[in-house]
Ligand binder design. Sequence first.
Ligand SMILES: Cc1cc2nc3c(=O)[nH]c(=O)nc-3n(C[C@H](O)[C@H](O)[C@H](O)COP(=O)(O)O)c2cc1C
Length: 333
Amino acid sequence: MSAADAHQEASTALEGEHMAAAILGLSLSSPLVIGSGLLTDQERNIRRLLAAGAGAVVTKTIHPAPPRSGNERLSRLPTGMLNSTMYSHRSVEEWCTMLRGFDRDGLPVIASIHADSPEELGILADRITESGCRALELGISCMNEEDGLEDTAERVSAYAAAVRARTPLPFSVKLAAGEGTAVRAAAAAGAGADAITLSDTIAGLAVDPDTGQVQLGGVYGYSGPGIKPLVLAEIYELRRSGMTIPVMGGGGVQAARDVVEYLSVGADVVQIYTALHKNMHNTFAAIHRTTQSWLHVHDTSVKELVGRSVSGKPHDTALSGAQRKERTCATAP
Ligand SMILES: Cc1cc2nc3c(=O)[nH]c(=O)nc-3n(C[C@H](O)[C@H](O)[C@H](O)COP(=O)(O)O)c2cc1C
């Protein structure tokens, strides 16, 4: 090997080390996790995004009986996007076959799952575990269902506990930023979750100024750069309050700068979704490349960035969900 090749190999290895991250028992080559959505309903997209450097991909939410609303649409806004989509229309069987293939190829794919009741979600978690999938995200906070979503700590706890009872797999509970996030996050941790994902889309609405018509016909999920400061604030406050559960942070990530901000307030990895609806591959490649070079120029690593903007207790990413549950129960008043 020539000296130039050796140098190239050494600096690639170093850059790899700088980008390394971990969540849900997975060691990731980068902190960039592709969030759940229409784009991750396709095996081809999942494989291509991983090949381009995504640390992991979260599947479109798998549901044993997805409702067919007939009104699943997207609407681009000047800032971000509104969507009325819900769950994957692929069968659980089809997903299990796909997940088996990802497992066979050693690919870090996180299955997003939801069901109509905690019991049914437990059963689904069990089925997905048998496919060889190594980690789960509970996509329980979709606000596009018919009655919207009034989330509570009790609901979060019931779903998380039902899954914890049925699978040893690490799982994250996905929450939507909004009132009472800290209480819902604590409920997830207390019920045995290994991480939380913040944030799902939040309630949004747009009106056609000419006709007065409400776009998409109602209040639906809003995503993109408009929600980033809100989510950053919530992760920052969670960390400042001493909450130690690992966090997959996301909402409005479009560039390396956003990735750095999420890590700085205490997210362990960063999810990217809406930005990828425009030139998915080029957009992802640009975020990956510029995050790598930002770390290089600042001579730092993902691990060094996590939580650097938060003074107070360092957070402990080493506890498993089961250990955390034990600890929460032991310290409860
Ligand atoms: C079209 C679309 C579909 C989505 N589908 C899902 C889903 O099935 N499950 C889920 O947990 N989140 C879903 N999300 C939410 C995203 O994963 C992400 O949490 C949210 O959009 C905020 O991040 P972003 O601003 O980077 O998109 C969807 C978002 C959009 C825009």
